[in-house]
Design a protein around this ligand. Structure first.
Ligand SMILES: [Zn+2]
Length: 252
């Protein structure tokens, strides 16, 4: 960030504005997942959860249209004014679509925001196909959304399985074993300890804080903004490598 020879990534504005607007947010993903794009350019069908794992997006995903305030642009977010406008649209939600561009998602931990980035396109795909079948769409009710989200545990075996799978797919699975179990176990509650015991040699508790998650994300094989691997997962993992404070301070 401090190397003047190094050109900064344009996406820094998006990350910085969201971090600045929401103090509890510790991880941000911006991606261009194709399955979400149609829902950003039509008023006909809102992107709402139709599958259980889609509940993480909330009842309805808002759409941020850069043209609303800034007129004709390249559709890219190229300054803090635009990014702040996007952050305002995102406020109170976990994710916002960006018309004709992609989406921005925010969460308190890296694992939560990666989960969002994975299931948002999957939910969009299911909704798109259901729309093609015709008939009335049965969305998740507010009660179902809340019930499913209540049942989510960031330290559960199911969560760890998914995290391990995503890390392997993103090419950084080996980083999951970086943490010494004995050092970390000392800081665990009883429940966490028993969860950790289900994974001998692994360190699911390493994901307990955003700081720990960031250590995973900033490993040697995950380079910030690596555009050579354009999958959503890789994009998610790499962009989250931005340190929260540094991202805000260096964006301007
Ligand atoms: Zn973009």
């Amino acid at each position: 960030m401090h190397d003047e020879q190094c050109s900064l990534y344009l996406e820094r504005f998006i990350h910085a504005a969201i971090f600045a607007a929401q103090p509890d947010v510790m991880a941000v993903v911006h991606a261009h997942a194709e399955d979400t794009l149609p829902f950003g350019v039509t008023h006909g069908t809102k992107l709402r959860p139709v599958i259980h794992l889609g509940s993480f997006t909330g009842a309805e995903v808002p759409v941020w249209d850069i043209a609303g305030k800034f007129g004709d642009t390249s559709l890219l977010v190229t300054n803090m004014d635009q990014a702040n406008d996007l952050a305002q649209c995102l406020a109170g939600n976990s994710v916002a679509l960006m018309r004709g561009h992609g989406f921005a998602a925010a969460a308190r931990t890296l694992i939560e925001v990666v989960r969002l980035a994975v299931y948002l396109p999957r939910n969009a795909r299911a909704l798109m196909r259901a729309t093609q079948l015709g008939g009335e769409i049965k969305y998740l009710s507010q009660g179902e959304i809340e019930a499913h989200n209540r049942g989510y545990s960031p330290h559960s075996a199911a969560t760890w399985r998914a995290w391990e799978y995503w890390a392997n797919r993103a090419g950084c699975g080996h980083l999951l074993t970086l943490f010494g179990p004995f050092a970390s176990l000392r800081q665990l509650s009883g429940a966490d300890r028993s969860a950790a015991g289900s994974f001998p040699g692994r360190a699911p508790w390493a994901l307990r804080s955003a700081a720990d998650a960031l250590r995973i994300a900033t490993g040697p094989t995950v380079s910030a903004g690596d555009k050579s691997q354009p999958s959503t997962l890789t994009t998610a993992a790499s962009i989250c490598a931005s340190h929260r404070g540094a991202a805000v301070a260096n964006a301007r």
